[in-house]
Design a protein around this ligand. Structure first.
Ligand code: NDP
Length: 271
């Protein structure tokens, strides 16, 4: 019997995770089965219970269940604890380890795939939802010169900055307050691109050589990336690499083997 893994979400049919993990399994010679499972909006815990009872070894968790997965786990990694959200579960008897691999996925994509060093750079993180929360600890661990969180609802950015104040220097702002600032790296962790919208960014935010990163993927040139291009950002990136890198970290957590991500990113780009 192959080892069983799954991704839980609602909706879930769009998920690329089964493709990604099947590619990792082929590459590493792992005998596993990975499926996308739709959990009812009010039935996440029961769906995971049933999966574990049928032999499930681990799971990824996506929208809207990352908070519920955080509560479901009975042991947490530090990054999951800080993020207060879980996207990876590992089952070992009664122990359920919850991890959050989104942040390390983002950082690996930026530093390894794009060859962009975060250390010593001025970084702007747009958004204060689950995705922003998940990436703050790994971003701060890279020791940027500064990290600013900007959000449409400013109080949420203030709360997030306070929550991470013990980890590193992080400040909060509204969008108007960014006027006159300059950044080496701007990350869009809002869901604005989903609706073809753009947060109200002032012009001239990018320094020469800057990287603009939109966590959204599969949408081509999003309004944020078009804004970045028009404002002379040097490199434009979407979130496909982050998606594959967070999956690779989950795979490593489950199997103890680190798959190669570059061929999988290329395969997804072609498809
Ligand atoms: P949440 O719903 O938790 O948060 C949404 C955030 O976007 C909030 O900060 C909200 O601001 C802001 N926002 C929404 N619309 C606008 C707008 N029009 N203008 C300005 N701000 C806006 O979502 P998540 O944090 O879970 O996800 C955010 C994005 O990240 C999604 O697009 C998701 O697909 C992507 N993502 C990508 C991953 C990857 O692997 N590539 C992994 C995880 C997420 P406010 O607080 O004011 O409502």
């Amino acid at each position: 019997m192959p080892d069983r893994y799954a991704v839980f979400g609602n909706p879930i049919s769009h998920s690329k995770s089964p493709l990604i993990h099947a590619a990792f399994a082929r590459q590493t010679g792992a005998d596993l089965q990975y499926e996308a499972l739709l959990a009812p909006l009010d039935g996440f815990a029961a769906a995971v219970d049933a999966f574990r009872a049928s032999g499930g070894r681990g799971a990824n968790v996506t929208v809207p269940f990352k908070l519920e997965a955080f509560r479901y786990a009975n042991d947490l990694t530090e990054r999951a604890q800080r993020a207060q959200a879980v996207n990876t579960l590992k089952f070992d008897g009664a122990r359920v380890l919850g991890d959050n691999t989104d942040g390390v996925g983002l950082v690996r994509d930026i530093t390894q795939n794009f060859g962009f060093a975060i250390a010593g750079k001025d970084v702007l993180l747009m958004g204060a939802g689950g995705a922003a929360r998940g990436v703050l600890l790994p971003l701060l661990a890279c020791q940027p010169a500064s990290l600013t969180i900007a959000n449409r609802t400013p109080q949420k950015a203030i709360d997030l900055a306070q929550h991470f104040a013990a980890v590193g220097a992080v400040r909060a702002s509204d969008y108007a307050g960014l006027a006159g600032d300059r950044y080496d790296l701007i990350i869009n962790a809002t869901s604005s691109s989903l609706n073809d919208a753009l947060p109200p960014l002032p012009p001239r935010l990018f320094v020469p050589g800057a990287l603009a990163y939109d966590m959204m993927y599969g949408k081509g040139l999003t309004p944020f990336l078009a804004f970045a291009e028009a404002n002379h950002a040097q490199t434009l990136a979407d979130g496909l690499g982050m998606l594959v890198e967070q999956a690779a970290e989950a795979f490593y957590e489950w199997r103890g083997v680190r798959p190669e991500t570059r061929p999988v990113i290329e395969m997804l780009r072609k498809s």
